[in-house]
Structures are given as C-alpha cells and as structure tokens.
Design a protein around this ligand. Sequence first.
Ligand code: PEP
Length: 246
Amino acid sequence: MRKPIIFGNWKMNKTNAQAQVFFDGVDAFANDKADYGVAVPFTALATSVNAAKNLHVAAENVHWAANGAYTGEISIEMLQEIGVKWVVLGHSERRQYFNETDADVNKKAAVAIEAGITPIVCVGETLFEFEADKTEEVVRKQVAGCLSGLKGDDVANLVIAYEPVWAIGTGKSATVEIAQNTCALVRDEVRNLFGGDVADKVRVQYGGSVKPDNIAEYMSQEDIDGALIGGASLEVDSFKAIIDAM
Ligand code: PEP
C-alpha cells in the first residue's frame, strides 16, 4: 500500500514572511492520510523548515557538484545544513527555461539520494509532443534517463511526478484517464528497468492544474499516488481545502 503524497510547488513565489504565514495557517491541518509538503524557493527554506512541524519541505532544485565555481547554484551540503529532506528535480520550467536535461536530473538525483534527500523527479510531455502522440515515447525516455544507474531500493523510495507541460499553470488539467494511463506507463517503465517490487513501491504523482475540486478524482485512480500542485498550493485556504479533500 503506497501512502499518498501531496506536495505544493511555490516556484518563484513567497518571501520568508509570506512563507511563515503559510505554515502558520496550514501546518497544523496536515493529517495522517498522506505525506504533505511544499517545495519552496531557496531563500525561504530555513524559515520553512523551522516552521514545519507536520508538513515536509522540499527545495526546488540542487546542483550535483559538492561545491565550486557554479555561481548562483546551491549544493546538497547547503540543503543538509538547514535540514531539507526533499528536492524537486527536472520540473518542466527548469527544463524549458534553464535547459535542464534528463542527464542533469540523473546526476542530481544520485547525489540527493546519497545524501538522504528524497528526489521528486518530474517528467512530462509538451503540447507539441502530446498532439503528435509522442507521450509514451517521451515519458518512458525521461523516466529511463532520469533514473539511469540508480539502485532499485533507492528508486522504490523516490517520487516521480508526471506533469504534462500543457497542463501546468494553464488551468487545463489532463483528463483523469490521461493522467491514470500515463502514471501507469511511468510505473511500467520502472517495472521494466527495476522490476515489479520497485514498481509497486515507487510513488507516482500527477501534476497539472490540480485543485481542491478535482484532486479526489485523480486520487481515486490506481496508479496515481499523489499530486504536485502549483497555483493551488500558494494560498492557505486552497492548500487546506486540498488536505480536506483527501
Ligand atoms: C507545478 O507547478 O508543478 C504545477 C503542476 O502547477 P499548477 O498546479 O499550477 O498547474
């Protein structure tokens, strides 16, 4: 039985003061029906980790190198120092605006796992690929590329977020059928690469315009173990409504 996992993704939103308001309003409402968390900007990580008693806190990125001449980047050790235990990797905005590749995500996932930080690895096709009927090909390739060389036991413990790029921040969510089918093929690719036990354990999220009023439908699907949520994770009331809908 896989425990549901719901994470918000604040992207480039919220100051420390705003992060504190969010935790003051939401943290006490996290229940034991799921793992709940939020991915927050680097500058709000320390405040968030200190404020979070029940919610998990994720970084939105990390660099694979231990240290060195990578201006503007953040290392694993820096995350560890402030007690961060989760990291979102390969979000489509990182891929689109910062040219992040599956190989980059793979290196980042490996160092995160080594450090005891759990990756949430994002995959998903663009609108062009979706319309060209390439979803399966693209998503299988991303899963294989991002997880290449990792140990099965480590893959079993991480999270894969299927986020069709055309459904992120657009208000256009994938149908429940599309979300279920693609999450199932993510799991199937894990099965091909790492075997049935790992595939049964790995948690697969759907992401793309998930809201309080549609989350229950996604969560009722066999291969959808949770959600990665952008817009609806920004406000206290909407995140609380998501928790209530679980
Ligand atoms: C996201 O940021 O990963 C996301 C899914 O955003 P939204 O829920 O706003 O579509």
